[in-house]
Design a protein around this ligand. Sequence first.
Ligand SMILES: NC(=O)c1ccc[n+]([C@@H]2O[C@H](COP(=O)([O-])OP(=O)(O)OC[C@H]3O[C@@H](n4cnc5c(N)ncnc54)[C@H](OP(=O)(O)O)[C@@H]3O)[C@@H](O)[C@H]2O)c1
Length: 338
Amino acid sequence: MKYRYLGRSGLLVSRVCLGTMTFGMKDWGCDLATSTAITDRFIEGGGNFIDTADMYSAGVSEEFLGKAIARHRRDDLVIASKCWFRMGPTPNNKGLSRKHIMEAAEASLRRLGTDYLDLYQLHGPDPYTPLEETLRAMDDLVRSGKVRYVGCSNFHGWQIVKANALATARGFSPLISGQHLYNLLRRDIEREILPACADQGLGVLCWSPLASGLLTGKYDAQGGPAKDSRVGLRAAIDMPRYWNDASFRIIECVQSIAAATAKTPGQVALSWLLHDRRVTSVIVGTRRVEQLSDALVCGDWNLTDEQQRQLADVVPFAPGYPHEWMQITAANTAGHEV
Ligand SMILES: NC(=O)c1ccc[n+]([C@@H]2O[C@H](COP(=O)([O-])OP(=O)(O)OC[C@H]3O[C@@H](n4cnc5c(N)ncnc54)[C@H](OP(=O)(O)O)[C@@H]3O)[C@@H](O)[C@H]2O)c1
């Protein structure tokens, strides 16, 4: 397993991060025994970085993870959680207000059975709460010792830049990580979010790196997803997100590179993300120990530059305006440099 520094910080995390959204999930997840076995295998395989959130299975993911890590040395692990989603029916039980952040952090610590979170992430942007209130609350958690580092998830590029400008001006802990949807089938973050993270010192953590399992090559384009498969069960989300002709052209290329390198399609898809040094870790979701073992190979296996490009070029990614304007006009401003 190889490790990377998380953004502009001194924190080393494994290139493969264990995602725990499946822990306690009824339809497409796993029970306590399997969650524990997956965690054991991850740590044995050199992984130190584990991601959860208060809302995963309404707190059960954190409870299962708490039981699983109790069998290991807490300080050797980097435990990340998040808040933002509604956690109860009363008005303030959601979002990024000072009140909710403080209460959500205490509840996560209780469920996880730990005194501190290594990384506490804002699960999404809150349009109703002033960013200054949110960042001050997070900074207070850091100063109290309950949180080590602060990160965000699903933010726009401009919100990342605004947050860290504000953090610098006020002396708050800056965001050091951005957790975003990124895989070979959905490259949206290449437009604004990846550049913003790189500029502001945030390491990128990729969620859904296997596109709900499509990138393992196990789904049949013609037949459609089986009703009891993960994509079948989550059809309302996953079909519009991933299921189209372009996706299956990319998956075919992933399969051919997998055959040529004697790796699995999933390993090729994960390594494609890790090829970009702006990416710190891929957050791998699994519901079986064997699936995790498959992913762990990517802790220490790289695609060549040529293979990376080949995959990127199957369906050329259109970065859109203003990137294309810059490409056309850059020549007008250059030419005098040596
Ligand atoms: N910040 C956010 O908003 C956000 C959102 C979503 C997720 N996350 C984080 O990211 C993590 C991963 O997300 P995700 O579950 O959506 O990831 P994903 O990479 O899109 O999908 C993972 C799924 O792929 C299938 N799979 C995994 N390995 C496989 C293998 N070797 N062979 C065949 N199938 C395999 C499994 O589903 P089946 O076995 O059921 O087919 C597994 O549940 C989560 O656990 C969570 O920590 C964060």
